[in-house]
Design a protein around this ligand. Structure first.
Ligand code: UDP
Ligand code: MG
Length: 315
């Protein structure tokens, strides 16, 4: 049998009415790419008959693999599981509710083969609610662009086509998948954006509302921190510590020639800000150790010095 060339992955949570049509449409699209394909459905602990419908389809078609989660873990873990299991050199992720159109896949694969590592779908005529979905998403896209410096129009579109090697080890948790195009692009991966179709949900209902905004913001904070830390976490923390050290010194100096120097509140403030400075620097050192623990460890350093002392003894 020919090796799998393309894997198409869709997470499914209570999508019993979409599964069969989705499967047929993906299959048509996969055939159009002319590649040896597999379809991976990840059933994310659905409480409806998604599992039954998917299993019946998989029984008749070896190209369809179904992964079953024991409970509902969320869209990102479901996508991550599919990506982990995928065997193709090209991976496609998409929603399983037919809002993304499988018919766009061949065009996106062609784009990838023009020499990109990742092709991101842009839902330019997005069929979702304005207040709870489109506006938060517009703000999120702006924020992600500002934080990462990579302006991608639609970070939240699940329909993406990847070269497997660029995505297999990327962080896929919480809402982190949103940042992947920007982050990968920062690490030199070639990203293209293409307009894709987007349909209103035909069956079932959306699993998300405004609560996702809060999660996206938290993840954005993580990304901002990781990007700011760069290769030198300790420098970043030392910069942060400048302000408390400065405040502590200013209060101390300001109170030197006044009788207030004995004031308990003043000395408490001096000690408090000074300790905060020390705390930040120490935290910086700890983060530095965590970051670079793979490349340098105290054990290596001691064994090196032991070796050199052994060599000294031999001399
Ligand atoms: N999904 C999932 N687990 C969840 C929530 C959603 O696997 O906990 C799947 C869902 O079945 C769909 C995709 O993720 O295939 C997108 O979900 P949804 O349509 O609810 O999100 P929206 O399109 O409203 O952003
Ligand atoms: Mg949807």
């Amino acid at each position: 049998m020919k090796d799998i060339e393309i894997s198409i992955i869709a997470p499914l949570y209570n999508e019993e009415d979409s599964v069969e049509l989705l499967y047929q449409k993906i299959k048509e699209a996969a055939v159009k790419t002319g590649k040896a394909y597999e379809i991976i459905f990840v059933n994310d602990g659905s409480s409806d008959n998604t599992s039954g419908v998917a299993a019946a389809l998989a029984e008749k078609d070896q190209a369809l693999r179904v992964v079953e989660f024991r409970r509902n873990f969320g869209q990102a873990p479901a996508m991550a599981a599919g990506i982990d299991l995928a065997r193709g050199e090209i991976l496609v992720t998409m929603d399983g509710d037919l809002q993304n159109d499988p018919d766009d896949i061949p065009m996106m694969v062609d784009k990838l083969e023009e020499g990109y590592d990742l092709v991101v779908g842009w839902r330019h005529k997005r069929q979702d609610k304005l207040i709870s979905r489109k506006i938060p998403s517009m703000i999120a896209n702006r924020l992600i662009g500002a934080v990462t410096g990579v302006p991608i129009k639609d970070n939240g579109c699940s329909l993406k086509v990847y070269k497997a090697e660029v995505i297999k080890n990327s962080p896929f948790y919480n809402e982190m998948h949103r940042f992947i195009p920007a982050l990968l692009s920062l690490s030199g991966v070639k990203v293209a954006e293409v307009k894709v179709r987007h349909h209103a949900r035909q069956f079932g209902e959306s699993k998300y509302g405004l609560s996702r905004v809060y999660k996206v913001l938290l993840d954005l904070m993580t990304i901002k921190t990781v990007l700011s830390l760069g290769q030198h976490p300790v420098r970043w923390f030392v910069k942060l510590s400048v302000l408390p050290f400065f405040v502590s010194a200013a209060i101390f100096l300001g109170s030197v020639d006044q009788a207030a120097s004995s004031n308990v509140i003043t000395s408490t403030l001096v000690v408090m800000f000074f300790s905060l400075g020390i705390f930040l620097v120490s935290l910086g050192i700890v983060v530095e150790l965590v970051y670079f623990k793979g490349s340098f460890s105290i054990k290596d350093a001691t064994s090196l010095s032991m070796n050199s002392s052994l060599m000294d003894e031999k001399k």
